[in-house]
Design a protein around this ligand. Structure first.
Ligand code: B1M
Length: 225
């Protein structure tokens, strides 16, 4: 396979969620190589890692948009995220070596009192898959935990997730405290009980109902800065 063909195939496998040759998903790609094998091969023939990453971002864009339009669902998104992670595992050494630069740091956590993390983990994977370094603080994060980590990571963008109507109040307090101590720090919120109105009311800079929207918000922050 030519270099360009290989790169395009990797992007397609991300969009379709094809992780490796053994993966039974998606059915129509049974027995075909996935992102794992293709990325290894691409790097062996010295494909530029940043070109591979760009193709993957396009692939994530495809599945993210489908998800946004209701044409793809959580399992497909998870498979694409998994396929993307398989690429990232191969590209990680290049990130560490500085050959490929991450776009910035995204500090992400589920707010205090809330143990739901499936959506947050999805956001984490998709954002990481789009070239950001994600610092995942986990679940039940007290405001102070965010404050401490912002101090350690100047310039980061913060993401808060909440799944319970009751923990939205904790989210609002966390946003308020972050904004009081770090007025320049951008905060995006998300999670099932949230809405754009609730996000504005609590003083957040951004809101997204899905991972792809979070990526778009982050990428727009880059353009604006
Ligand atoms: Co709970 N739970 N749960 N739960 N749980 C809900 C949320 C609930 C709606 C169920 C119901 O009653 N119908 C309800 C909340 C009601 C409300 O407040 N309005 C509820 C409740 C009440 C509870 C408990 C209180 C139950 C109890 O103990 N009596 C309890 C609370 C525990 C706690 O947190 N303190 C509880 C516990 C649990 C489990 C631990 C059993 C488990 C969580 C396991 C885990 O996460 N590791 C669980 C689950 C699985 C659910 C449901 C069934 C599924 C949630 C989920 O993962 N959805 C949920 C019912 C439902 O949603 N149908 C329910 C899939 C996930 C991909 O979607 O998280 O929305 P979501 O994430 C989306 C978007 O919201 C967005 O992107 C994701 C992908 O599209 N998004 C962001 C999320 N964060 C974002 C951040 C962003 C941007 C986008 O930027 C920063």
């Amino acid at each position: 396979m030519e270099t360009q063909e290989l790169i395009e195939k990797i992007g397609l496998c991300v969009a379709r969620g094809k992780v490796n040759i053994a993966s039974p998903f998606p059915k129509d790609m049974l027995g075909q190589e996935g992102t794992d094998e293709l990325t290894r091969r691409a790097l062996e023939i010295e494909c530029p890692p940043d070109k591979i990453l760009l193709a993957c971002n396009d692939g994530m864009q495809v599945i993210g948009s489908k998800f946004g339009r209701g044409e793809a669902f959580v399992p497909e998104l998870l498979m694409s995220a998994k396929a993307m992670n398989a690429v990232m595992a191969h590209l990680k050494p290049f990130f560490k070596a500085g050959t490929v630069k991450t776009k910035g740091k995204f500090l992400l956590g589920t707010v205090m009192g809330d143990l739901h993390d499936i959506g947050k983990n999805l956001v984490s994977m998709v954002v990481e898959g789009n070239g950001w370094e994600v610092i995942d603080l986990g679940v039940d994060c007290k405001t102070q935990k965010f404050i401490d980590k912002i101090k350690e990571n100047p310039g980061c963008i913060v993401g808060l997730s909440a799944l319970l109507t009751t923990t939205m109040a904790n989210m609002a307090k966390t946003v308020e405290e972050i904004k009081a101590q770090f007025p320049e720090t951008k905060v995006i919120v998300g999670g099932a009980p949230l809405s754009i109105g609730a996000a504005i009311k609590m003083g957040a800079d951004g809101y997204s109902p899905n991972p792809q929207g979070a990526v778009e918000y982050l990428n727009n922050c880059l353009i604006a800065s």
